[in-house]
Design a protein around this ligand. Structure first.
Ligand SMILES: Cc1cc2nc3c(=O)[nH]c(=O)nc-3n(C[C@H](O)[C@H](O)[C@H](O)COP(=O)(O)OP(=O)(O)OC[C@H]3O[C@@H](n4cnc5c(N)ncnc54)[C@H](O)[C@@H]3O)c2cc1C
Length: 338
């Protein structure tokens, strides 16, 4: 069981800056995110697009903003728990007991929900038989490409991820690339490269096909696909990969007893607290009169929620407002003073 002063759900820009604010005032925190990387929408949806309205930063991309936020956290020791979704938040005496789908548990007086538009989930294959192979021989993202070396890999999808991985894995795997259309939705250079590799016999391209089922008992053995003209094929395969993009789901947050309206959590504007004491919501996921869904609003909301956490985490101490420029305590926490 992990014990912490505050637990942040969501490692988007708001969650990251909120962690900074908690650490500045001397509170511990841990961050959980469903994705395999931090940065939320900035890194997942627009890493290369320039943002022009971050105060004092005339222009930066989604990726640059994320890297700057990570750098700002460098002086602090913060535990990130990625690749896991928070499923349950329950009251336990004066604390909150939080559980993730990977079986991690946390006990904390303060939960800060910085969940944005909900958790990003991969769109999955519809045949039910796929579930038993998920995370064993059927994947929606790749964490370690080495496991595919020398194997037969069937990749489904027609966007950049599917094509990029088909190109990459064709170096040392036998690759089937299966797409339900003839046209791809990927960068021209990538599509050209795929066609080149198809010609060279490095990628087996099957278009206008969709998966109907997967076969195997302990191990995945083959995948069945069907053409628009009803013709079917059974492809021997060791692994199946699906790259159909992401959907955003409010998911389990809806079941935590919070006041939610139109998928947004209602908060006050003093502490950004929800209707449950010790649960706060900040960033895109919260709502109050005048809410702007901007990164700068999330920063402000996180700063105030962090101060509100102090009372429950340190009931016997009094919070004192201090500037980073002049506070000896803060400078020590930043490692700028012994
Ligand atoms: C194309 C585009 C352009 C944009 N341009 C601008 C701009 O120029 N300026 C600007 O200010 N804003 C812009 N925005 C909006 C900005 O990206 C959002 O306001 C910002 O990302 C919100 O940050 P957040 O941290 O609140 O949420 P998010 O960035 O959405 O991050 C939330 C994180 O929480 C995680 N999460 C959710 N639920 C769970 C759960 N149960 N368990 C674990 N993890 C969970 C998600 O996986 C996600 O990583 C743009 C948005 C888009 C889509």
């Amino acid at each position: 069981m992990n014990k912490t002063d505050a637990l942040i759900i969501g490692a988007g820009p708001t969650g990251l800056f909120t962690a900074h604010q908690l650490k500045l005032i001397g509170l511990n925190c841990e961050i959980i995110d469903n994705l395999d990387k931090v940065g939320g929408q900035c890194i997942e949806l627009y890493p290369d697009k320039p943002i022009y309205d971050i105060p004092a930063v005339p222009e930066c991309t989604g990726e640059e903003l994320t890297n700057n936020l990570i750098n700002q956290l460098k002086p602090f020791d913060i535990k990130f728990h990625l690749n896991q979704r928070v499923e349950e938040v329950k009251k336990k005496d004066n604390d909150w007991l939080v559980k993730t789908n990977k079986g991690n548990t946390f006990l904390t007086p303060n939960v800060i929900i910085a969940g944005g538009v909900g958790s990003f989930e991969p769109k999955k294959f519809s045949p039910k038989e796929c579930e038993q192979f998920e995370d064993k021989s059927l994947f929606y993202s790749i964490k370690d490409k080495k496991k595919f070396r020398g194997k037969i890999v069937s990749i489904f999808g027609g966007g950049d991820s599917a094509l990029d991985w088909a190109i990459e894995l064709s170096r040392d795997c036998k690759v089937n690339l299966i797409h339900r259309r003839d046209e791809f939705r990927a960068a021209k250079a990538t599509v050209d490269k795929v066609h080149e590799l198809v010609k060279a016999g490095k990628i087996n391209l099957l278009t206008k096909y969709q998966m109907t089922t997967v076969n195997g008992s302990e191990k995945l053995e083959s995948v069945e696909i069907k053409h628009d003209n009803e013709e079917t094929k059974n492809l021997k395969t060791d692994y199946v990969l699906g790259f159909f993009g992401l959907i955003m789901q409010l998911g389990p947050i809806a079941n935590w007893g919070l006041n939610i309206d139109k998928k947004k959590i209602e908060v006050d504007t003093e502490k950004f607290e929800t209707n449950q004491r010790g649960i706060y919501a900040v960033g895109d996921i919260c709502n109050y009169p005048g809410k702007l869904k901007l990164i700068l609003s999330g920063f402000h909301e996180g700063a105030l929620a962090a101060r509100a956490c102090f009372k429950l985490a340190r009931p016997n101490d009094k919070y004192r407002f201090e500037y980073t420029t002049t506070s000896t305590n803060i400078l020590k926490r930043l490692g700028k003073k012994d």
